[in-house]
Design a protein around this ligand. Structure first.
Ligand SMILES: C[S@@+](CC[C@H](N)C(=O)[O-])C[C@H]1O[C@@H](n2cnc3c(N)ncnc32)[C@H](O)[C@@H]1O
Length: 239
């Protein structure tokens, strides 16, 4: 298992999760109950789809082959993939529902990491949006409901709590490490800031810095220090 994790570049914990949700199953188990992966289990043929030339240009050497296309019109035949996956991207699509239907068409299974705006008051789940960047709500104004997106692909939804030391640099990653949002390079890896514009960004950062310096942030958010993970609205749709 350690070797498979090394070869495939995913952690042992992630491989266990893939097994549990049926994305990548070991073909056998050893007598001691360890998962045993054959060469076929490990071999994956991944094709990326990316409409942005800038993003395509930033793909590291050795990444999966990438097609210049958009989710709303996938250049693939029906059922030509085992799994179609979309991570933190649906809110960027011009027509999310059309893109999801396309994923359903081309793959036997569909996995989508997205955001739940169904719950009233969802804007207040994360202190950054609630207290410093209310403009974030407008970014998701026309976003379809989680229920509609799940129905489009026939999926069930599971909450994805964000661990306090989340290694991905997504918008919600630093909920317990507020100083991180003061760093320009951290914000530049999050598309939200570009979407709200430089004025809102500068104001949010200024107010956050003031509140961290004065102790006001700690006063308001003291309850977070005891949490290891927080549900900030991320949801995994699995079909
Ligand atoms: C926040 S990034 C997420 C990238 C990657 N999935 C990850 O988790 O690191 C969103 C990506 O969606 C791409 N995108 C925007 N519109 C799209 C569309 N209509 N179809 C497919 N991808 C799109 C953007 O170019 C960008 O690369």
């Amino acid at each position: 298992m350690g070797r498979v994790a090394e070869l495939s570049g995913v952690s042992v914990r992630t491989l266990h999760h893939y097994d549990e949700i049926g994305i990548a199953r070991p073909s056998t188990r050893t007598a001691a109950g360890y998962r045993a992966y054959s060469a076929d289990d490990v071999e994956r043929h991944v094709t990326a789809v990316e409409p942005s030339a800038v993003m395509r240009g930033q793909r590291p050497a050795g990444s999966a082959p990438c097609l210049a296309a958009a989710a709303e019109g996938l250049p693939f035949e029906d059922r030509s993939f085992d799994v179609a996956m979309a991570v933190s991207t649906v809110h960027h699509w011009g027509d999310p529902m059309a893109g999801l239907r396309e994923m359903r068409r081309v793959a036997r299974r569909v996995v989508v990491l997205t955001f739940d705006t169904d719950e009233p008051g969802w804007q207040d789940r994360f202190w950054l949006t609630r207290d410093y960047l209310p403009e974030f709500a407008a970014v998701l104004d026309d976003f379809p409901s989680l229920g509609d997106m799940a129905a489009a692909i026939g999926a069930r939804a599971e909450p994805v709590p964000v661990p306090w030391d989340c290694a991905d640099g997504l918008f919600e990653a630093y909920w317990r490490r507020p100083d991180a949002y003061l760093q320009t390079h951290v914000r530049r890896a999050m598309s939200v800031w570009t979407r709200v514009g430089p004025e809102a960004e500068q104001r949010a950062v200024r107010h956050l810095r003031d509140d961290l310096d004065s102790g006001r942030w700690a006063e308001r958010n003291g309850d977070l220090t005891g949490l290891d993970a927080a549900d900030l609205g991320l949801r995994l749709l699995m079909a």
